[in-house]
Design a protein around this ligand. Structure first.
Ligand code: SF4
Length: 281
């Protein structure tokens, strides 16, 4: 089967940087203990690889062993967690993606000006939890503009921002929706990362040339799930897998050309395994 691989498939800048930080730490402190606060990225295969190299995952600052080095994940953490880590005296390596860091600081500056944050994103996503910690307490999180119905105070000072991996077109609709319902001008923080948009556009272009699509990446990875969604919206049958082992050859019966793309936290090795298997079908 002919396989068309999207050029942008795989690690984005933020993920590459975070893993480079962790690799550097493993070289400089081979005896550890090294911990990541939550999964450093949303990819179980990559996490397993680091676990085998001795990296331990903790889910809260209190679980950090004495003398540990704690790596902050690419999605960032709430500011209170950073303070707790500092109080504990553990060594901290901040692997927050620079674009997420920038979004945190922009939100903080607006909160200092007394503006209420309207945040387009997934409420329970770790990045969103981190962003919210930099905002004032009355911040609103929503996934669709309609969720703001009846919740906006027309006279209040708002600022609008988005989780870095959200959809730019929906965000544009949200800007119009919000501005039409409040009297003061709403500053907009352009926090959506281009890595997501570029991957989605390329995936759509590939999907239009093939009979089937495969999207590779963690099931917990928001950007991978959205990639699978935009591809499916093109009307092309699409399968989302984490590894080559999950592919079912029967899904590709009669298919001559298949498109392949991957989320921003998918390792090149996994993409290559999937590509090789598809090509062999
Ligand atoms: S998708 Fe963008 S914001 Fe998210 S980790 Fe990658 S580079 Fe950073």
């Amino acid at each position: 089967m002919r396989v068309i691989l999207a050029e942008t498939a795989g690690f984005c800048m933020g993920v590459s940087l975070a893993l480079k930080r962790l690799d550097g730490l493993l070289e400089s402190r081979p005896d550890g203990p090294i911990c990541t606060l939550g999964p450093i990225i949303h990819n179980p295969q990559v996490l397993d690889m680091y676990a085998r190299r001795g990296v331990r995952r903790i889910d809260g600052p209190g679980e950090a062993p004495p003398c540990a080095t704690v790596v902050i994940r690419a999605h960032g953490v709430p500011v209170g967690v950073e303070r707790t880590l500092a109080d504990l005296g553990v060594q901290v390596v901040d692997a927050t993606c620079p674009k997420v860091k920038k979004a945190q600081l922009l939100i903080e500056r607006q909160a200092q000006r007394g503006r209420t944050l309207l945040l387009y994103g997934e409420e329970n996503h770790p990045e969103v939890q981190g962003l919210l910690s930099y905002a004032s307490t009355e911040a609103l999180v929503f996934g669709e503009p309609e969720e703001l119905e009846g919740r906006l105070d027309p006279g209040r000072d708002y600022v609008l921002a988005a989780q870095t991996t959200q959809d730019k077109e929906v965000f544009q609709r949200i800007k119009d929706y919000v501005q039409a319902r409040v009297t003061r001008t709403v500053p907009v923080l352009e926090t959506i990362c281009d890595a997501t948009r570029v991957r989605q556009e390329e995936a759509i272009a590939v999907a239009r040339r093939v009979q089937r699509m495969v999207v590779v990446g963690g099931y917990e990875s928001g950007n991978t799930r959205r990639l699978a969604k935009v591809v499916a919206e093109q009307g092309v049958p699409c399968v989302h897998v984490e590894t080559a082992a999950e592919l079912n050859p029967a899904d590709f019966a009669g298919c001559e050309t298949v498109g392949l793309t991957a989320g921003a936290s998918t390792h090149d090795k996994t993409i290559e395994e999937v590509r090789a298997l598809l090509a062999a079908l």
